[in-house]
Design a protein around this ligand. Structure first.
Ligand code: UDX
Length: 464
């Protein structure tokens, strides 16, 4: 099939390259000539596992083209995916100006039927707005037909390619059979798992059969915001529990494990820490609260999710102060800058927010991240960037682990101990093994973990 993808950000590029990988002929459009040039030169504008391989395979097979000219994209295909940015406006609402502009342009450029598919996260009823906009601006062309569908992405950074090729579900929100048939055809190789990549990359153990769910457009739009908000709620829930664990000397990892065995709860997204970040959860929560309000619903539950998340950084800073006392003049090592491992994305990163707080209190920060340092150097010049995890810890009064990169588990603890002024680790992601770290002579503080491995007596004797 011929497919056009508009926008080559984290979503668009993964969508375009994966569609090419499963056999479609794809044109990716972006109005940023620099980005298009980078892609044409075989480079990626950001780090994402497997994407480089997909880019070279798609380029070699001739199944992908990168263009700045929207008209070329519109001409290429009747199936057009919108992967445009929907950043938050100051009040938390999603900024849909790119979506509106491109809808207008496509309406004017189209001479034949088009199915516009919303892929990036948009508030419910955006599809209806796009449809009306296209109707208005296609008037001068006469009776060109078009449909608008919603097909939300559920791609997590760091596993986006796997998420696209082996999805839990593919949600299609359509208003008629023509749109449904086109989308079914586009996704058939994934539903039937008949693409080549699968031969070399067997289905990961945690992926089941992909379900295709066909709904109306409004329901599909809601599914995306409802899913992300639910996941954010799970994280804030376990973070609230971790604070209680801190108070009573319980172990949040065991509590999460005990909860997760219940198949109705499940074990995922119950990792306590300094909270969620990234370009999706914080902005999607805000936008969803807004949509609910606009429709007469006060989503106080989600406000609390946000509050708990913001609070986690305060709680963590309190722990740092409790251990280090005066921060001014201290050298603090930081492991991890990205908002989560396996990405170089710094947007809404809890690590960066924490670092800003440390700097504001007069601490010197020595940081290391396997991928995100080039980007961080541009915005956080006060930080000293280290060559390695060990180098970051040189002369440090404390080490803060803020992003759970797997390589941090492999650091030689004896060597680390030797480099630090005070062998103190505050683990904001409960990423290291407290026993191993303490056995190596470190003081270790996690989130909702018993201090020094010993459970404190409960603050109050339970009734009953
Ligand atoms: C998320 C959704 O998972 C994805 O389906 C959607 O399409 C986009 O938003 P992403 O933002 O890439 O993806 O990251 P995700 O892996 O969901 O993590 C988000 C944040 O939550 C990270 O900061 C992570 O560290 C944090 N997190 C996650 C926790 O603190 N605890 C957990 O148990 C899980």
């Amino acid at each position: 099939m011929k497919i056009t993808v508009i926008g080559t950000g984290h979503v668009g590029l993964v969508v375009g390259l994966c569609f090419a990988e499963i056999g479609h002929e794809v044109v990716c459009v972006d109005n940023d000539p620099h980005k298009i040039k980078t892609l044409e030169d075989g480079q990626l504008p950001f780090y994402e596992p497997e994407l480089e391989t997909l880019l070279s395979r798609a380029t070699d097979s001739g199944r992908i083209r990168f263009v700045t000219d929207l008209a070329a994209g519109v001409e290429h295909s009747e199936l057009i995916f919108f992967c445009l940015g929907t950043p938050p406006l100051p009040g938390g609402e999603a900024d849909l100006s790119s979506v509106e502009r491109v809808a207008r342009q496509i309406a004017r450029l189209s001479d034949s039927y088009k199915l516009v598919v919303e892929k990036s996260t948009v508030p419910v009823l955006t599809g209806e707005r796009i449809r009306k906009t296209m109707q208005i601006y296609s008037r001068e062309k006469g009776d060109v037909e078009f449909d608008v569908a919603s097909n939300p992405e559920f791609l997590a950074e760091g596993s986006a390619v796997v998420d696209f090729l082996y999805p839990d579900r593919i949600v299609i929100g359509v208003e008629n059979g023509r749109a449904e048939a086109l989308l079914r055809e586009a996704y058939a190789p994934i539903v039937d798992q008949t693409f080549e990549w699968r031969l070399e990359h067997p289905v990961p153990a945690d992926r089941g059969k992909s379900v295709m769910l066909v709904t109306n457009r409004n329901s599909a739009e809601l599914i995306k915001h409802a899913s992300n908000s639910f996941l954010a709620m799970k994280i804030s829930y376990i973070n609230a529990i971790s604070n209680l664990c801190d108070a009573v000397g319980a172990d949040v990892r065991r509590v999460a494990e005990g909860m997760g065995y219940d198949h109705r709860i499940g074990p995922e997204f119950l990792k306590a820490g300094i909270g969620f970040g990234g370009f999706c959860f914080p902005k999607d929560l805000e936008a969803f609260i807004h949509i609910a309000e606009k429709n007469g619903q006060d989503f106080g539950l989600l406000r609390e999710v946000e509050r708990v998340n913001t609070n986690q950084i305060d709680k963590f800073i309190e722990k740092v102060r409790h251990e280090v006392w005066v921060l001014k003049g201290k050298t603090i090592a930081v492991w991890g800058l990205a908002f989560k491992p396996n990405t170089d994305d710094l947007r809404f990163s809890p690590s960066l927010i924490t670092i800003e707080r440390l700097l504001a209190e007069g601490a010197a920060v020595r940081a290391y991240d396997p991928q995100a340092m080039p980007e961080a150097r541009q915005t956080h010049e006060q930080v000293t960037y280290a060559e390695s995890a060990l180098d970051a810890a040189a002369g440090a009064d404390a080490l803060l682990l803020l992003t759970g990169w797997s390589e941090f588990r492999d650091v030689d603890l004896a060597e680390l101990h030797a480099r630090m002024v005070r062998p103190l680790i505050l683990d904001g992601r409960n990423h290291l093994d407290p026993e191993a770290v303490r056995a190596a002579g470190f003081e270790y503080v996690g989130m909702g973990l018993p201090q020094n491995g010993e459970a404190k007596p409960p603050a109050a004797v339970p009734r009953g």
